[in-house]
Design a protein around this ligand. Structure first.
Ligand code: ADP
Ligand code: MG
Length: 390
């Protein structure tokens, strides 16, 4: 999904009104009936149809005709537009530069503010993959019938921003969070390579210890990164120091599967160092040891999970995201997780990974498919594979 920022500022106020009406209608309708768009926008019927036509031409909404009614849905492009417009109104974003990354569930761009200061824009794109996982989870959406990619992506961005902010304020090596809007977050650009791209380092043991210390520091603060791997650790070009990114899946050490997540983070690093640098150590952190030592001290520093929870991001809503992440994890486990296929060979495995990576983002223009299914269109129930939790 390309971000089209060329005409960010050029949209008439009536078009904007209608676009916003589609977004509002999306809260309870997967396909927003045209009559509802007219009602929300408060504009004349004929006028609205014309405006919808021109928004559709620019791919900000797409028209859907189904048996029951005619309607529109907001596209990725439309949602991007609304978020970017908000960020640019606040002067956080002035111009959009190159795309520097396509993750499984995000697009990453370099942007600049008015002063030319470069920053990283991360657009969350949940539901691009792992779509089956959600559909098979019957109770997934609860009362909310249309938990769409849009809703999930916004929850994911809000969560990531909240964690990044608290971590940054407590001196963890993470990018400085700058702003956020809808499914987008803006953060400091780190001049670095992902650990994944680094073939050789002078002292693998030192970096290994530093990363394990970081996992321990997270855990002492009540947090587990949950995806602590060579893609999400950046190595600063100048100093060789690690910076951790990518926080939508963070969990508290009081999560019921905390130990499992913790061990997975530790294992990721151990496996990577063994494969890439032929470095192995019998020293690695144990969850229980850290958890036991925690009980003595009640200070804030030890409970960043609670600090984040109290920081105002919506805990209730976040349950939906959590369920999504759980079902995603189960789907991964069912399909044979990435990590397992990675572990099978030596460096040849890397090739495969890249392919998977690309595949995951190749259906970019498939807006139509991105929305959680209509009622009645459920896939076969499929028992949950059940992640091994002990
Ligand atoms: P995803 O959730 O899709 O994995 P990430 O947050 O991990 O997204 O970012 C994907 C890639 O974008 C990273 O591997 C990194 O190369 C690049 N990136 C992300 N944030 C930054 C940043 N603040 N500075 C520099 N590069 C970044
Ligand atoms: Mg990542």
């Amino acid at each position: 999904m390309k971000l089209d920022a060329t005409d960010l500022r050029y949209i008439t106020s009536d078009e904007f009104r209608v676009l916003t009406a589609v977004e509002m209608g999306s809260k309870n309708h997967e396909i927003v009936p045209t009559v509802l768009i007219v009602k929300i926008s408060g504009l004349r019927n004929g006028g609205v149809n014309k405006l919808l036509g021109s928004l559709a031409k620019r791919n900000l909404v797409s028209r859907v005709q189904n048996a029951r009614y005619d309607g529109y849905r907001l596209t990725y492009g439309g949602y991007d537009y609304l978020a970017m417009r908000a960020l640019s109104k606040r002067d956080s974003v002035y111009s959009v530069g190159n795309q520097i990354g396509v993750g499984k569930e995000s697009d990453i761009y370099i942007i600049a503010d008015k002063e030319g200061q470069e920053m990283v824009l991360k657009l969350h794109r949940l539901g691009r993959i792992s779509f089956r996982a959600i559909k098979s989870k019957r109770d997934y959406m609860g009362k909310r019938k249309s938990a769409s990619w849009m809703y999930l992506s916004r929850l994911s961005a809000e969560k990531e921003y909240a964690f990044m902010k608290v971590l940054y304020e407590h001196d963890f090596p993470v990018p400085r969070p700058v702003d956020h809007a809808r499914h987008c977050i803006l953060m400091e650009f780190i001049d670095a390579y992902p650990l994944r791209q680094i073939a050789d380092i002078p002292s693998p043991g030192a970096l290994y210890s530093e990363l394990m210390d970081l996992i321990v520091r997270f855990a002492r603060a009540g947090l587990i990164h949950g995806d602590f791997n060579e893609f999400n650790i950046l190595i600063r070009r100048e100093t060789g120091k690690p910076v951790v990114i990518d926080f939508p899946q963070m969990v508290s050490t009081s999560h019921k599967n905390a130990e499992w997540y913790f061990n997975r983070d530790v294992e990721c690093i151990r496996r990577f160092f063994k494969r890439r640098f032929r470095y192995e150590s019998s020293i690695y952190p144990r969850f229980r040891a850290i958890n036991n030592e925690k009980s003595g001290d009640g200070s804030e520093e030890w409970h960043l999970d609670l600090v984040v929870a109290a920081s105002g991001y919506n805990q209730g809503e976040q349950k939906v995201l959590e369920e999504y992440m759980d079902s995603y994890l189960q789907e991964q486990t069912r399909a044979g997780s990435d990590e397992e296929s990675e572990g099978s060979g030596d460096d040849e495995g890397d090739e495969e990974e890249d392919e998977e990576f690309e595949e995951a983002s190749s259906d970019e223009d498939g807006e139509q498919d991105e929305v959680v299914s209509n009622e009645g269109e459920e896939e076969e129930g499929g028992e949950d594979a059940g992640v091994q939790h002990d």
